[in-house]
Design a protein around this ligand. Structure first.
Ligand code: GLU
Length: 358
């Protein structure tokens, strides 16, 4: 099954976490970075396009500015990111030059991918870089993006980049072998394949206790939800082992493979589903939930039992059932005040063309 899914992959997003890029003194670990760059260059030589999403800027900057722990204060963290980012890029540039490969730094904020024109513009830039054989190296623009409007972590950023392009595969290389069942116990074992992200899978995923890193397995599972719904497979594997990427693209049993959903979302629907921080929530009754999920209908006013949040017409809203579980997202044709005003007759609040079932 792995080989079947992975044999035609020609465009890969590879995410490298802080833990695999920095040494115990929080400096970029040159030996490690070299072997990872060699792996990526080997993929290019086999004719695949590779986009790199890198962490490690804050970690590298912490070393330079003498911080022992990730600074809690935003401005200090941003200062670390700014110092570390250029160190990181200087290292990548040298290492890729040994393979005669050009790199390009692309720093993104959430806003850049949320607005539709900017979203398409970012995609065009990346695709153009790839067409020149360049390796785009992406990170969040930490020096200017502020807490609540951030992507959050680079696992999510890598999933969004894979969904933006779209890529044929996302590989997250990290310090563990994959998703581990019974972590810390004798019976611990790496799961080879995950077909569905259910409650049992979510339970396996803890956060991180690392002093430099951000997400841990929890954020990787969140990233998995985005890519598999987009129709893209994800492999989480160890970044410490040589030759890992080529073993993965050969379909060998490495890391944990998440199987993508068979129904791919087209570009605009991926943009609606994953690239917003919605302010509004529409809670709908069971009948409306069924009509949206199973019958492909639009959302009409009688199905909405509650409307929360201060949102305007044409903004993306969450659509939840009465238990509060979000099962869809869509573009509201009316603002929150109008929906709450109750004067809307049988007009679509969210049209089926603007709706994504998650
Ligand atoms: N952008 C952060 C950095 O370069 C990393 C965020 C993350 O690893 O999730 O340090």
């Amino acid at each position: 099954m792995r080989l079947e899914l992975l044999k035609n992959v020609t465009r890969i997003v590879v995410k490298l976490g802080t833990g695999v890029l920095t040494d115990s003194c929080k400096q970029p670990d040159l030996g490690q970075m070299k072997q990872l760059v060699d792996q990526i260059a080997a993929q290019r030589k086999e004719g695949r396009e590779v986009v790199l999403v890198t962490s490690g800027a804050v970690g590298a900057g912490m070393g330079a500015l003498g911080f022992e722990k990730r600074p809690a204060e935003l401005a200090e963290m941003q200062a670390c990111a700014a110092v570390g980012q250029s160190r990181l890029m200087a290292t990548y540039e040298k290492l890729f030059a040994r393979h005669k490969l050009n790199v390009a730094q692309v720093l993104l904020t959430h806003d850049d991918l949320e607005h539709h024109d900017r979203h398409l513009n970012a995609r065009n830039t990346l695709v153009t870089l790839l067409s020149h054989g360049v390796i785009p190296i992406i990170n969040e623009n930490d020096a200017v993006s502020s807490t609540e409007l951030k992507f959050g972590d680079n696992d999510k950023l890598s999933a969004l980049v894979a969904s933006l392009l779209p890529a044929d595969l996302l590989v997250i290389l990290t310090t563990v072998d994959g998703v581990i069942e019974n972590f810390g116990k004798k019976s611990a074992k790496t799961l080879s394949v995950i077909e569905r992200v259910d409650a049992a899978v979510e339970k396996m995923a803890g956060g991180t206790e690392s002093v430099t890193a951000v997400g841990g397995m929890k954020s990787k599972i969140e990233a998995a939800k985005i890519v598999i719904r987009s129709g893209i497979p994800l492999v989480i594997a160890s970044g410490k082992k040589k030759g890992m990427l080529s073993r993965i693209t050969k379909g060998e049993d490495e890391g944990t493979l998440f199987i993508p959903k068979a129904t791919k979302l087209q570009g605009r629907k991926r943009w609606i589903a994953f690239f917003h921080h919605p302010k509004g929530v529409l809670v709908v009754d069971a009948g409306a939930k069924k009509a949206l999920r199973e019958d492909g209908k639009s959302l009409l006013p009688p199905g909405v039992v509650r409307c929360d949040g201060d949102f305007q017409a044409d903004e993306v809203v969450r659509i939840c059932d009465s238990d509060g579980t979000e099962f869809a997202r869509g573009i509201a044709r009316f603002g929150g005040d109008q929906v709450r005003g109750g004067a809307l007759a049988r007009v679509e609040i969210v049209h089926r063309d603007d709706l994504v079932i998650l």
